[in-house]
Design a protein around this ligand. Sequence first.
Ligand code: PLP
Length: 401
Amino acid sequence: VSSWGNVPAGPPDPILGVTEKFKADTSPKKINLGVGAYRDENGKPYVLPSVQKAEKLLYEAKGDKEYLPITGLAPFTKLAAELAYGKESIPLKEGRLAITQSISGTGALRIGTAFLARFYPGAKAIYLPSPTWGNHIPIAKDSGLEVKQYKYFDKDTVGLDFEGMKQDIESAPEGSIILLHACAHNPTGIDPTEAQWKELSDLFKKKKHFPFFDMAYQGFASGDILKDAFAVRYFVEQGHQLLLCQSFAKNLGLYGERVGAISFVCESPEEKSRVDSQLKIIIRPMYSNPPIHGARLVSAILGSPELYEEWLVEVKGMAERIISMRTKLYNKLVELNTPGEWGHIKSQIGMFSFTGLKPEQVDKLAEKAHIYLTRDGRISMAGLNSGNVEYFAESVSKAVK
Ligand code: PLP
């Protein structure tokens, strides 16, 4: 008998499963709006020119392939922290920010939740927005945290349920761990306004909650790295002891390089060094040390004034192409007298739009129009381009009529 005779078949990943179906479709019209990766105007993956230049520099430098330290490449973590918090950030200047390289954003979340499960002095539970990025739930559970939810999305307005969100945060027990998407909320594309972030900061203070920020889209959301870092920087200024997960998958297009970071704002340099020591103890048995190449690429770009400027233009270009698709899609849906209100397509932020399409309508799009998206109605705006946005709008129009 096989050792694995009792292994039950698990369900396929809801997001990666969409790509499988897309690949199996042979129609030339097919569109994949499932995957959260940027595509250029021709629907192709995009390697940023700044990254190509950095690749050339690294090749010419003929660096070795030795192991990195457990917490990663030091120039990288320094530059990552400066990008998120700002060079003038007080915790950075005072040497009380503990930071480690991670296996992209997912790895950052995994380390962060494991650290909280081991050391958080309050309840070992985490509140996630409803809905949230699907992977947040198993990441938190696998790290040993109990998963709870707070209201976030208002189906009726296809907008933020700010009152519901505040109520749930208010009624969570004092000192709760609460996950916040720093910008470009996935899957809804709906973020609090700056005024609402300020209210949230006050509420967190009042309730002594712990803010756990996930920032997977800095720069990619609005095209402006400062604007997208507003919430994180404001919370830090307000004295919150937060934890921050960063990913360079989207904003530098380094998906498969798996480069990210996780940082903890500490009270003192002495506390920071204790946190550092425990981060190493958590990471060592997980994967020993992180991959080197992506971290070198990010360091080469963020560390060079010319490449940094070039990257800022490129990240803005990606964000603006997505924003222009929002306008085109909205205009076409309205032109076709598509039943329903579609303003949210334009007002949502970042890679995704929560269209409000029902699961049956999503199925119809796949069957009739060769268009693939997750059954929650989320579309990756990056999958649209001038060549397919009209066809997509026409197909949506038919699916809802
Ligand atoms: N967090 C959110 C909200 C995301 O949307 C993603 C990617 O889709 C991630 C984290 C992590 O992605 P990665 O592990 O590729 O950096």
